[in-house]
Design a protein around this ligand. Sequence first.
Ligand SMILES: [Zn+2]
Length: 435
Amino acid sequence: MNLPVADKRSGDLQTRIAAKRDDLISLTQELIRIPTLNPPGLHYRDICEMLQSRLSNSGFETQLVRAQGTPGDSDKYPRWNIVARRDGRNSGDCVHFNSHTDVVEVGLGWTVDPFGGELIDGKIFGRGACDMKGGLAASIIAAEAFIEEFPDFSGAIEISGTADEESGGYGGVAYLAEQGFFSPDRVQHVIIPEPLNKDRICLGHRGGWWAEIETFGEIAHGSMPFLGDCAVRHMGAVLEEMENTLYPAMASRHTEMPVVPEGARQSTMNINSIHGGQAEPDPDYTGLPSHCVPDRCRITIDRRYLVEENHEQVLGEITDLLEGIKSRRTNFEYELRELNHVAPSMTAKNAPIVETLSHSIQDILGKTPDLVASPGTYDQKHIDRIGKLKNCVAYGPGILELAHKPDEYVGVEDMLDSANVMANTLQRLLAASSQ
Ligand SMILES: [Zn+2]
């Protein structure tokens, strides 16, 4: 990989980006003002059309792609995506910026209009400001500034705005990857401008496995529990075995992944919910419960796993635990139902996009970036597993901890800094052979 040092023209690029400050602010505000709430998946077509008109004006070829038949897609709530591409004068690598356009529910506690895009003291407020419309706007400004400064660049730049990341990405990046948009012969470098702080590069994320475990018993009168069989006590045995063996085993398993926060640098498992016995009554019910031995108990588990583990091991570990109880405990009957599964993904520390972005962060911000990994997943999983593209990272402005919170915002200076980093990376990857 040829990594030319940025020449004197990187200063010109920074001047151009500084001059686009107002444009960056209004573009971010315009994106925030389209309330692309997911669920149910509102205004996807509107945001794609807005991006289409913006990027066509900057010389991009654009395609709107509906992820027909994916979860949530319907004529009422169609899953629209946009892919925009601008080819340079000569052949070369393609750098792709992928941003999701959907935002999560607003929630309580806001002191500003969540879809107002207000600019207050250098911060733009709104749902999706940091996660991740600010990152999308920064990547557009970076690409436009680069193209103006280096009109004869080699290779290609792509910008996509995709649906449904917040609900798994099946109507967005997964669908586009299945259609070949992320195949390594079309795209060579991917940057996902998720809000991970402007001086950090995120190499990937842990995997996730979600399942339900149900134990069974036999209903009887509560005054004579020996005539029945208590499913909640059977589940108690499951939880006890998890405490005694599974949690210590997971805690002892460490990873090469630089996950932040550090507590997530091991396998983890959350028990999302537990329910046993008769259904919870309506809140307006004023009667007393009846007396019954519960004949079923169910938990939902959320197991996050490391690149050093795989789906078969994670599933096998729980199955072995349940089978072990079954062999020791009288009348222990259970069902294990897998709900969903996503593989972990981690790009190599010496991958070209990591090394190039690191040089750019050093150049623009004067510091060596932290290489991190995410405890939760994002769309990189689909680019890796379906697209088979390994040269992908998340890098973008915004403070991760603000994502999904009330009064979410993105700082204008942060966006400008990361736009400079992105443009510098484009220069390193695409401008070399045209000079
Ligand atoms: Zn996001």
